[in-house]
Ligand binder design. Structure first.
Ligand code: TMP
Length: 221
């Protein structure tokens, strides 16, 4: 594990599971506890994946809006490339500075979507991500568990390329996240996302505060 003093919390789930809302609420709540949340250049902000860097945002555009779908391994490697850039340029420096980072998706999305749902294999996808991760794993991964059909309906707007693939893919993604919670119980926590926003937020906050306490960070303010 790379030396660091901060805390890395990732929020995951299928499309439309409510993770962007929950990630933003969690940042607000942790900041209200006096914790140094978000990157130092954007205090309080959620970091999103793919994205979070100039290269990552360009890769996101290519992945989600290019007219031609990449083949499954190309897709997996592009997500891994965007992630390597984020680890190097944002996560490692900010975590060594002791910041608490909340990510809207990270490694486990690749394991669930590419490894599990696309059938590339969880171990195989983990292996191609490993060099770019440089030993970094989340302290806590919250998976918002929702019915994928409800999630897709909730995602709304113009669907991106992956949402447009429909509910069959999302069902495999949900099963993939559940399998990850059994395989990595020390860091992956399933939270019932099919409840009122406030109830979900309270569970997410409680899990995050536990992770912060285990990392030895003090609550201020
Ligand atoms: P979102 O961040 O707006 O949810 O959209 C990102 C899309 O990319 C979403 O459909 C999930 C997908 N994705 C993967 O398939 N693999 C990954 O590693 C990541 C980070 C996202």
């Amino acid at each position: 594990m790379t030396a660091r003093n901060g805390v890395l919390i990732t929020i995951e789930g299928c499309d439309g599971c409510g993770k962007s809302t929950q990630a933003a609420l969690l940042c607000e709540r942790l900041a209200a506890c006096g914790l140094p949340v978000g990157p130092s250049a954007a205090p309080g902000a959620v970091v999103r994946e793919p994205g979070g860097t100039a290269v990552g945002e360009a890769v996101r555009e290519l992945l989600l809006h290019a007219p031609v779908a990449p083949s499954p391994w190309t897709e997996a490697l592009l997500y891994a490339a965007a992630r390597a850039e984020l680890v190097d340029k944002v996560l490692l420096p900010e975590l060594s500075a002791g910041r608490v980072l909340v990510l809207d998706r990270f490694l486990d999305s690749s394991l669930a979507y590419q490894g599990f749902a696309r059938g590339l294999g969880v171990d195989e996808v983990l292996a191609v991500n490993a060099p770019g991760l440089r030993g970094l794993l989340p302290d806590l991964t919250v998976v918002l568990d929702v019915d994928p059909a409800v999630g897709l309906a909730r995602a709304g707007g113009r669907p991106d390329r992956i949402e447009a693939e429909g509910v069959g893919l999302q069902q495999k993604v949900v099963a993939g996240f559940a399998a990850l919670s059994r395989r990595f119980p020390e860091r992956v926590r399933l939270v019932d996302g099919f409840r009122a926003v406030e109830l979900v937020a309270a569970d997410v906050e409680a899990a995050a505060l536990e992770a912060v306490a285990s990392a030895g960070l003090r609550l201020g303010g």
